[in-house]
Design a binder for this molecule. Structure first.
Ligand SMILES: NC(=O)C1=CN([C@@H]2O[C@H](COP(=O)(O)OP(=O)(O)OC[C@H]3O[C@@H](n4cnc5c(N)ncnc54)[C@H](OP(=O)(O)O)[C@@H]3O)[C@@H](O)[C@H]2O)C=CC1
Ligand SMILES: CC(C)(CO)C(=O)C(=O)O
Length: 313
């Protein structure tokens, strides 16, 4: 399959690498010139479960996306939430009649941004429990296992979605179709709404955070706020399932040693975070629906304070 990874940071690099290894025709598009230069010069270098892999994958700057001759079957968008709009505008001319756009970003509401550029027929909405990190431009550190779920936003799009799922599974990405992607997105947002902000503020990985005494209380309070808001959007969260997914993040043998992407953004790279698309989104929706969200509001404010204190850009 001809695949564009639009947003080739940590997660884009993981998906790009695994799909390239499975003999798909992959190109990377990103806005970070130094990263692109390293990849084009030395290859994408990954510490992949402890083994060094070098993949020669062509990488292009998004400002020149118009000039790329590549008839993509699939575009996987993997920018940060606040970069999605700009990326979609950059790649608009690369979207053909049959091109599917798979969105796996963390956070809520990305379908609204995608629908500014393409109809529902093109959109596969999803989320993923894979993890990834960058150790420098052109260098990824990838460990642990993961999976992803996706759903076509068009009622007639299941067959095309299944083809994409076969390709993803050919690359061992553990993809499956979801009939209720909004529930699964809310469930994943609960994982990010607890792990990402808390690990960032408390300077911890997920396993160490999970071993603290007050964590269960804090997690329960945050998850209840997500669930109360989700109910107003027609999503009934299964709290046991949500808590089990959060607890799976504490496992040192799988992804517990991972520092969430928000930690990587703010603490490692002094970059602005996606908090407004996660806990911030719940606080805004809570106001709209008359649901109290003190934990989400406080965590959002704390992260914004930290962004200011660290001069994040
Ligand atoms: N990392 C993870 O483990 C997981 C992440 N996600 C989600 O996937 C999406 C993509 O996240 P992720 O892959 O972590 O994003 P990254 O921060 O690794 O990359 C996103 C973009 O940020 C810019 N960038 C990143 N690092 C630097 C840097 N050091 N200097 C300059 N620019 C940089 C690049 O674009 P540009 O230069 O154009 O700004 C890049 O395309 C997000 O929604 C995230 O929440 C989901 C599951 C797990
Ligand atoms: C790994 C996980 C699930 C942590 O919340 C994630 O999505 C992230 O790092 O952003």
């Amino acid at each position: 399959m001809k695949i564009i990874i639009a947003g080739a940071g940590a997660m884009g690099s993981r998906f790009g690498l695994m799909l390239h290894q499975a003999h798909n025709d992959v190109i990377l598009i990103d806005g970070w010139q130094d990263h692109l230069d390293h990849i084009n010069r030395d290859g994408l270098i990954a510490d992949f479960n402890g083994q060094e892999i070098v993949a020669k994958i062509p990488a292009y700057h998004q400002d020149h996306a118009n000039e790329i001759d590549f008839d993509a079957d699939l575009i996987i968008v993997f920018t940060k939430a606040m970069q999605l709009d700009h990326m979609m505008a950059s790649i608009q001319n690369m979207i053909g009649d049959q091109t599917k756009i798979l969105c796996l970003l963390n956070g809520l509401g990305h379908e609204d941004t995608l629908e500014k550029y393409v109809s529902k027929d093109h959109i596969l909405l999803g989320n993923t429990m894979w993890t990834a990190g960058l150790t420098g431009p052109g260098k990824a550190k990838l460990f642990g296992d993961g999976y992803l779920e996706l759903q076509s936003l068009s009622t007639t799009g299941k067959a095309a979605a299944d083809k994409v799922i076969d390709v993803l599974n050919g690359a061992k990405l553990n993809a499956k179709y979801s009939e209720h992607i909004l529930s699964s997105i809310y469930r994943k947002a609960c994982v990010n709404g607890t792990m990402n902000g808390l690990c960032t503020i408390l300077d911890s990985n997920m396993a160490d955070l999970g071993a603290t005494a007050p964590i269960d209380d804090i997690v329960n309070s945050i998850v209840n706020e997500f669930a109360a808001v989700a109910k107003h959007e027609g999503v009934e969260l299964d709290l046991d399932q949500v808590l089990a997914q959060i607890k799976s993040c504490y496992d040192r043998e799988t992804i517990g040693l991972h520092y969430p992407s928000m930690y990587q953004d703010l603490i490692t790279n002094q970059r602005l975070t996606e908090i407004d698309y996660i806990n911030g989104a719940i606080a805004r929706k809570g106001q709209k629906y008359g649901v109290a969200t003190p934990y989400c509001s406080f965590l959002t404010q704390l992260i914004h304070c930290k962004e200011e204190l660290l001069g994040a850009k």
